[in-house]
Design a binder for this molecule. Sequence first.
Ligand code: NIG
Ligand code: FE
Length: 413
Amino acid sequence: MKTLIINIKELLQVRDASILKVSGSEMAVLPTIKNAYLIIENDLIADFGSMEDLAEDLNPEKCIDVKGKMILPTWCDSHSHIVFAGNREHEFVDRINGLSYEEIANRGGGILNSVKKLNESTEDEIYTQSKLRLEEVIQLGTGAIEIKSGYGLTVAGELKMLRVIQRLSNDYPITIKATFLGAHALPTEFKDNRKGYIDLIIDEMLPEIAKNKLAHFIDVFCETGYFTVAETEEIIEAGIRFGLKPKIHVNQFNSIGGIQAGIKYNALSVDHLEVMTSQDIKSLKNTDTMPVALPSCSYFLSIPYTPAREMISAGLPIALATDFNPGSSPSGNMNFVVATACIKMKMTPEEAINAATINGAFAMEIANTHGSITIGKKANLIITKPISSYYQLPYAFGSNLIDTVMIEGKIIV
Ligand code: NIG
Ligand code: FE
């Protein structure tokens, strides 16, 4: 099946296949073609170029005229927890009334509240709730997503979550990467036995997950009150032995050395980074570890935003993701993430779009198939409504500017 799209006002994020991420000053450049065409063959981008150079003898099965509209690759959301049960709307109101996220967690709320809800729900109930979230984010332009476990914290609960992720991956056309986050919090039963829980992760959860091929990556919440740097290292080392690459939660509230642990184990990404020292920024230089910022979490919890300007000035790349979860970011809207990165983190529209596409793909190890308009990559496209320029995407932050989403060459309805 060959589809030709013509009269694209501007085709954004046009890249050569050799570009797998952009760093520092390169992030300010968003390569585009004005008045462009694009050819899709089956699920892949087959060709593109300027309308002036469009050959006449193409004979496509389908031709779409998108006059006035722009096209960009779909968002790559490299950090989410969209598989969960219920919600935490009462904690949201508790925070409005003065409690902090930390105080709520210390009272047994927070992550452990979602753990209780998840373990009380059946696999089918969790699947039914999670698929609605997945369908919503696809409509919002997400074409690849990473999803974490971490609300089970028992062998059965973690496996149940990972099976739901696997089922979503089988049932939906978008690319899904699964991350095992057994070390998300210490479950109540192990309150006085940290070693016992870490042993359970390493000796029981990991072998079962590896045997059933249920995860690609391993994650740890490395933070004061959660897991120490030494524990993080022990867990990611074990994950690596089972073939899982690390992607870790670090520096959300405190800088305790999690970034350096990630780099030591060649983590694919280090995520959150709301609290960054100059040493943390220095450590990330010239590494293959992608720093990932989660501005919806900063927005929702009223905590600092990742210091993107300092990091980009230091030559680092940045990826942007939603962190979609019931406690710190109950939104999976990448358009809002891009806008908030511009408005609050002072990233330019070009930097934010790079961070939410090619760099997001890199943080999921899928940059060779996703994240840019490149011949041979997946035909995962956002077709915008008619817009004056791509600045509209972050500028009109509350408007839905997406006309059509295409995943693997097919229009999503
Ligand atoms: O990335 N920080 C750790 N984990 C999630 C929040 C989980 C929750 O509150 O349920 C996060 O923000
Ligand atoms: Fe998270």
